[in-house]
Design a protein around this ligand. Structure first.
Ligand code: SF4
Length: 357
């Protein structure tokens, strides 16, 4: 059976439900969902009165400009090598991006594929200080925690972590508590849910009455995720359902959660244009604080300011779409991005540029 044969009946049921429900707005909180909805063509098959908006699910996009500025300040030091996943080097800070600093001043910046690479590089070059830009949601945090533990076990003293990891649930709660964006249900992130488990969304379904469905990234997963949300709305239910059971379990990955808890403790964190969300970030815990880059170098995160005209802060909260931004495809393109949503391969603006111009 072809995918089209399997999907068609689902789309027909989605259309039928939407005819009865009227205008429906669902939010995905995952950059990979944002891209997959376009890439698979699912978004183009949905009825007009079903609106999908992106939430704060792209880790690069939610990172504040103040964090980028702190990373750039460290990159400007002669004794520091900045280590980061690829997308971060192109995010503009107030004085340019890390990539700009490398071109202008020869800043030492290393693209890594895992946090543990940073520890091994630090061991090979004891004369330099290595700073890892620790950003990402619960998906990437366990790898950072493992690297911190490894550095500690090996007695490595020249590696530091610029802590920018974030937790998804406090951001969902903040959006709902603010209540500015009408959200009828959440397509919950596949990767993050592997770690935190489907039960994590129970308060969203229970306390706020918003249906939640965990889904993966294939066309059938996405279509079923949307269908299950609409069925809940049509039946007046508000529950957590999971169509990605092959990867996501009820309580998540307990080993990974324990690892995070051993190395990090919850702290307030600045989300781009959302301000400080209490308990939404992670700081190093106890004896691991010696690896904290801010403390070691005696610097602070800069203010969170948006580039002039950029609506990234609104885009990541579902309050605007890239089409609302006057700079989209005029002053801001993937080649010359102005905001992080155009830089990141998981950013909403980059996805719109690639699939929806
Ligand atoms: Fe920001 Fe560019 Fe997106 Fe506009 S199009 S919101 S400037 S990233």
């Amino acid at each position: 059976m072809t995918i089209a044969t399997q999907i068609n009946p689902i789309i027909e049921e989605i259309e039928a439900l939407c005819r009865d429900l009227g205008m429906v707005q669902l939010m995905e909180i995952c950059g990979t969902h944002t891209v997959s909805l376009f890439k698979t063509g699912i978004k183009s098959l949905l009825p007009e009165n079903l609106r999908l908006v992106s939430g704060p699910g792209c880790p690069v996009c939610v990172t504040s400009q103040g964090y980028i500025d702190a990373a750039c300040a460290l990159a400007g030091r002669n004794d520091v090598t900045i280590c980061t996943y690829g997308d971060m080097i192109r995010v503009p800070g107030s004085g340019g991006s890390l990539e700009d600093l490398r071109a202008r001043q020869g800043a030492d910046i290393m693209i890594v594929y895992s946090a543990r690479e940073v520890v091994s590089s630090a061991r090979k070059h004891p004369d330099r200080k290595f700073v890892f830009l620790a950003v990402g949601f619960e998906t990437t945090t366990p790898a950072t925690a493992a690297a911190v533990k490894e550095a500690d076990a090996l007695g490595v003293e020249n590696v530091f972590f610029l802590c920018g990891h974030k937790l998804v649930m406090p951001a969902m709660n903040a959006l709902l508590a603010e209540g500015e964006v009408p959200i009828d249900g959440f397509l919950c992130p596949g990767h993050v849910s592997i770690i935190i488990g489907e039960q994590a969304y129970k308060p969203v379904a229970g306390d706020y009455g918003k249906p939640c469905v965990v889904a993966g990234f294939e066309p059938m997963q996405l279509a079923n995720g949307i269908l299950f949300l609409l069925r809940q709305l049509a039946q007046g239910r508000s529950e957590v359902e999971n169509v990605y059971g092959v990867a996501v379990k009820g309580a998540g990955n307990k080993v990974a959660l324990q690892l995070i808890d051993e190395v990090f403790e919850p702290a307030g964190a600045v989300w781009r244009a959302m301000g400080v969300i209490p308990g939404s970030g992670l700081d190093l815990r106890g004896s691991y604080k010696k690896y904290d880059a801010l403390a070691h170098f005696g610097i602070e995160l800069g203010p969170d300011v948006e580039p002039p005209g950029c609506l990234c802060g609104l885009v990541i909260q579902g309050k605007a779409t890239p089409a609302d931004c006057k700079l989209f495809d005029t002053g801001c393109t993937p080649v010359k991005p102005i905001g992080p949503c155009m830089v990141s391969s998981e950013g909403t603006c980059a996805a719109w540029y690639k699939y929806n111009r």
